[in-house]
Ligand binder design. Structure first.
Ligand code: GLA
Length: 707
């Protein structure tokens, strides 16, 4: 809910408040935190006017949404660019127009010297806010845009940040650091969201934890290159800034043209990281294609780790039988089905079924899968082309590569230029035909290489390409509204808020190693709710790490997300298959809670243990996951305080048989582990629950239900 108070816009966001000062032109986030109950705009000036120290400029440039170097801002400028004659490089905007509705505000500011107009758009979400800007070229010459940085000021007592980094099969690794005097920059130049420079920052008061400290979160909704910066200025102000990282010449606005920035989502919590994550989860849950809980998330079997490129109708039909026997509801045929695709050397771009492997097409397999009552899904990687493909042989100019230079290959492939209408049309028609001609309800949309030096007719084309990708997915969804899409990029390298506007699931990592996965999933939960997290039980030996994991640990780990299997069940023992079937049944029993509940990460020693809880919206039940990664610090693990329960009701709690109550190195375990236990929510939250002794690399899932 937004209302105007003189030059302020007061934005109520759940129980928090954002105050936008529009007096200067480009609006300034003057406050984002607890509700201030302001009755006069002057109250803010009375308490918040900053002194001007000696040696400083005589007036202080505001930390606006796009701070102006021309006004004296000495941090990272909000807008950089210029006209061919060099003018317009330091624009300064003046107020022009404000339009406000209950959930949205548009604030336009103009610079008549630089002939630019900047509109800031703010949208209110259930517990967070999204902001983007539009820069409009009002002049008679082109405007070469270099960067647009969206800015969230945070109070000066913010001392630490948390972010996510990683690499292939090791995504979403949480990292803490102090904010130094000066700037921390995490620029991503991989042409995809990336595993190492996730465009998200959590900044908080020193020592903030899962459940304590004031924390601000900022997340850029963008799947391409990004600038991310956290800066403490000499004058004590601290800002988080993010924007699309434009290549030189990527965006050149002709007279009358506009650039629209990605959206920056911001959230605040007075009670630690969980409050910010919960706000972000709520916004994803209110998104246009979020699956919701009305239709349960189907249990998946993906064929990748079962057969890789070795496609054979008889084997895959037998795998479908085995999948159906353990309770799988969606069978996904991964890479290897299309023309010339016998390995990762060839075939990308030729999106028709390979008659050499599938002489009767995919129909026999699809019919078999459907006859078993399962949905059929299929893997594609539309943005790519292998030089060894019919497509590349006929259209080498369709790939994004710099003419005159040797191409830089990744996984033996190049990226197609989706900024070109003919490429868009080619991909649309082939994918449309694939979905039209086959009974396919699910698409795993992959993107398996970094995009470098993306050039079209000699010019940078990263920006146009990324928008082309979004347009292609949107066009296919419009044509096939019932299709569900999973976003994959060598695992979790395309996990962001913009892709989630058009995909229902994210493949969090190619690692199905439960030990690695526990950390990956913990980091993933900072941004995304569990129902969008693909989590599969792999074979006993992980293909990415070689580590052996027990079936119990693998199952307990996948259990907390959107559950699936990625294992050749034909190699699994009858005992393992029947244990897996019991886990699938348990997941189905509890998935409404797991996929619709509120996530509370618990404050444990994350170098050794990871614990979180998912509580039902009405708090009548909850699922606790506790993973022992290595030995605990003490010989007995700690009592852990639970969150998200109703203090006034009694809960019965018991470990789920996944498939057995784990045996630990204990003489005696807490009684509740064997017989179940009972306590009030108040005791469980304020005193806590004694964790049992578990061997390293094992996990326990505990169900709590109102009694
Ligand atoms: C990527 C994905 C995997 C699998 C392969 C297929 O690596 O992350 O899950 O789909 O491609 O080539």
């Amino acid at each position: 809910m937004i209302h105007q108070l003189e030059s302020l816009l007061v934005v109520d966001v759940d129980d928090r408040q954002l105050i936008l000062d529009t007096a200067h032109g480009v609006p300034v986030i003057a406050h984002f935190g607890e509700s201030l109950g302001l009755t006069a705009a002057a109250d803010l000036a009375a308490t918040g006017t900053r002194p001007i120290p000696k040696g400083a400029l005589d007036s202080e440039a505001p930390a606006s949404i796009c701070p102006e170097q021309g006004s004296g801002w000495q941090g990272l400028p909000g807008i950089t660019g210029q006209r061919p004659d060099g003018s317009g490089w330091a624009p300064r905007f003046r107020p022009h127009n404000i339009e406000v509705s209950a959930e949205r505000a548009c604030i336009t500011a103009c610079d008549h010297e630089a002939d630019l107009e900047l509109t800031t758009v703010l949208c209110v979400l259930p517990a967070s806010v999204r902001i983007h800007v539009q820069l409009h070229n009002l002049g008679r010459s082109s405007y070469h845009l270099d960067s647009v940085m969206l800015t969230l000021p945070v109070p000066g007592d913010v001392g630490e940040i948390e972010r996510m980094t990683g690499r292939w099969s090791h995504e979403f690794q949480r990292r803490r650091s102090e904010i130094p005097d000066g700037a921390l920059r995490f620029d991503n130049r991989r042409g995809r969201t990336s595993a190492d420079r996730v465009p998200a920052i959590f900044a908080g008061t020193p020592g903030f934890s899962e459940n304590s400290g004031r924390v601000w979160g900022a997340v850029l909704g963008w799947s391409g290159n990004a600038n991310v910066s956290v800066e403490r200025l000499t004058d004590g102000r601290c800002v988080i800034q993010m924007g699309e990282l434009l290549a030189s010449g990527d965006v050149c606005l002709a007279p009358g043209e506009s650039y629209t920035s990605p959206e920056l989502e911001i959230a605040y919590s007075a009670d630690g990281l969980n409050g910010v994550s919960q706000a972000l989860h709520r916004s994803i849950r209110s998104g246009p294609v979020h699956p919701g809980t009305e239709v349960p998330r189907p249990v998946v079997l993906n064929t990748w780790e079962a057969v890789y490129f070795d496609h054979d109708l008889t084997v895959l039909s037998a795998l479908a039988d085995a999948a159906s026997d353990v309770g799988v509801e969606r069978f996904v045929l991964d890479d290897g089905w299309f023309h010339g695709r016998r390995s990762d050397n060839a075939g990308l771009g030729d999106w028709w079924v390979d008659p050499a492997v599938w002489p009767d097409g995919l129909q026999p397999l699809i019919s078999h899968v459907r006859s078993l009552g399962m949905e059929f899904g299929i893997w594609v990687e539309p943005e790519m082309v292998n030089p060894d493909s019919d497509l590349y042989r006929s259209h080498p100019d369709w790939a994004l590569q710099a003419e005159g230079y040797e191409s830089v290959l990744g996984r033996n492939q190049l990226v197609l230029d989706l900024g070109r209408p003919e490429v868009f049309q080619y991909l649309f028609s082939h994918l449309d035909a694939l979905l039209r001609d086959h009974d396919v309800s699910y698409v795993k949309w992959d993107m398996n290489r970094d995009l470098v030096a993306a050039s079209c007719d000699g010019r940078a084309s990263m920006h146009a390409h990324m928008h082309g990708v979004y347009r292609l997915i949107d066009a296919l969804r419009a044509e096939h509204p019932r299709i569900e899409i999973e976003s994959c990029s060598s695992g979790g390298s395309r996990a962001d808020f913009e892709i989630l506007k058009r995909t229902e699931r994210i493949w969090a990592s190619d690692s199905n190693d439960a030990l690695e996965r526990q950390r990956i999933q913990d980091g993933f939960s900072l941004l995304f709710p569990p129902e969008v997290m693909g989590a599969h039980v792999g074979p006993p030996a992980s293909h990415t790490s070689g580590r052996q994991g027990s079936l119990d640990f693998r199952c307990a780990t996948a259990f907390m997300g959107h559950f699936g299997i990625e294992w050749n069940l034909l190699d699994a023992s009858p005992q393992d298959r029947s244990r897996l079937a019991s886990v699938v049944a348990l997941h189905k029993e509890h998935r409404e809670l797991l996929h619709g509940g509120t996530v509370w990460r618990l404050d444990v020693d994350r170098s050794r243990e990871i614990a979180h809880l998912v509580a039902a919206p009405d708090r009548s039940e909850a699922m606790l996951s506790y993973a022992q990664l290595t030995l605990s610090r003490g010989s007995v693990p700690p009592i852990v305080r639970l969150f998200g329960l109703n203090p006034d009701v009694r809960y019965r709690f018991e470990a789920l048989p996944l498939p057995n109550v784990p045996e630990g190195p204990a003489v005696t375990q807490p009684g509740w582990l064997v017989e179940g236990g009972e306590a009030s929510g108040r005791v469980l939250m304020n005193y806590g629950l004694q964790l049992p002794l578990l061997h390293p690399e094992s996990a326990l899932v505990v169900h709590l239900r109102e009694h």
